[in-house]
Design a protein around this ligand. Sequence first.
Ligand code: ADP
Ligand code: MG
Length: 391
Amino acid sequence: MEQLVRRASDLLGQTFGNGPQVVSAAPGRVNLIGEHTDYNEGYVLPCAIDRWTVAAVRPSTDRVWRVVSDAYPGEVVEIPLEASCDPQGPQWSRYIQGVLVWWLRQRGELPGAAVALTSNVPVGGGLSSSAALEVAIATALEGLTGQRLDPVQKALACQWAEHQYAGVPCGLMDQLTAVVGEADCAVLIDCRTNRFRPVPFDTQRYAIVVMDSGVRHELAQGEYAARRQDCQEAAAILSRSHPHVWTLRDVTITMLEEHRDQLGERLLRRARHVVTENHRTATAAAALVSGDYELLGQLMVESQSSLAGDYEVSCEELDLLVDSALGGGALGARLTGGGFGGSAIALVPAAQVGDLIATVQRDAKQQLGREIRVERVRPSGGATLIAAPHL
Ligand code: ADP
Ligand code: MG
C-alpha cells in the first residue's frame, strides 16, 4: 500500500502542483461464499483483501472537485459541489459524484479539492473496485471534515452513490466489506439487519487465490437485474400463502417444493439457489470457526454448481478456472461477485499455492489461449485514513 500512497501523492503533485493533506485507502474484496444472497436479505461471507484504492486529496477554495485516476491516465474530471446536480461526466467520476452529493445532502458543506486516485484493485474484475473507490472517497471526506460516519451508514451512503449516480443496483456487501473488513478475517454479514461479525481465517495454513478470467460478458448488468426481479417474483408468489415471507430469506426448501407449480421451473431454480446458498453460507461461517477448511471447500464447490446450474450466472471461462483449480489441489473453488466473467477464487492449503497458480495459469493458457492473472490475496483490514489534519 505504501507504494500506492506514494504514487497517489506524486500523481496529485504532477497534475495539480501540490501534495495531499488527506490520504485514504479502501480495499477490494472477495466473497468466500453467499452469492446473490445480499439483495435477498440473506447471509454473505466476504473478506476485504490486500488490494487497495488510494485517494490523495488536497482541499481548494473553489466549489469543484478535480479528480485524476491512474486507471484513466491523462483525464482530469471536474465535479461541481452541488447537492442537486444530476449525474454527469464520465461514468467513473459518477461514483465519486454520488458520494459527494450524499455528503452535501446529509452532512452539509464540503471544501473543493484536487484528488488523485491510484489503485491495484483490478477495475471491473469482480473484486469490487467500485466499492473501493466509493469508500476511499467517503473515508477521505471523513478526513477532510473531521466528522466520522457510523460504518453501516457509510456503506449505505456508498451504495446510494452507486445506485443513484452510477446507475448500478448493487447490494450492500461490497461497500460494507470495504468499510468493516479485518485483517486475517472474513466478515459474516446478515443483509437483513446489516449486522456483521468478523470470522477468523487461518492465513498461516490456508490461502485464497484469485483467478481473473479477464472477461466481462455484456449481459452481466441486464442479467443481474433479471435475477433480482426473479427473486422478488418468487418471494411474492410464496408470500400469498405464507404471509411472513418478505424476501427469499424467509423461505425454506419445503416451501419451494410445496409451491413448485405456482413458481414454475425458472423461479423454482432461482429461489432454490438463494435458499440453499443462505444455508451454505451460515454453515461455512461455522466451518471457519471450527477450522474445518475441507467443509468450507466443499460448500464452495456446491455454491459454484448451484450458481452455474440453478442461477445460471457462471460462464465457460469461470467454469474452466474452477475446474482447473480443483484439479490443481484446491479444497474448493467458485466464481466470486456477480458472475458472467470477472474472477473466481480458490481455497488451497498455503503450502500448495505455488503449484495451484502454475496449474491454473497453464490450463488457462492452453484452453483460453491467453495469460491470465492468478494471485494469492490476503484477508485484510477495511478502509483507513493514512493522513488527515484531524487524525
Ligand atoms: P468491479 O467493482 O467488480 O471492479 P464495476 O463495474 O462494479 O466492477 O466497477 C468498475 C467501475 O468503477 C469502473 O468502470 C470505473 O467506472 C469505476 N472505478 C473503479 N475503480 C476506479 C479507479 N481506481 N479510478 C476510477 N474509476 C474507477
Ligand atoms: Mg462493483
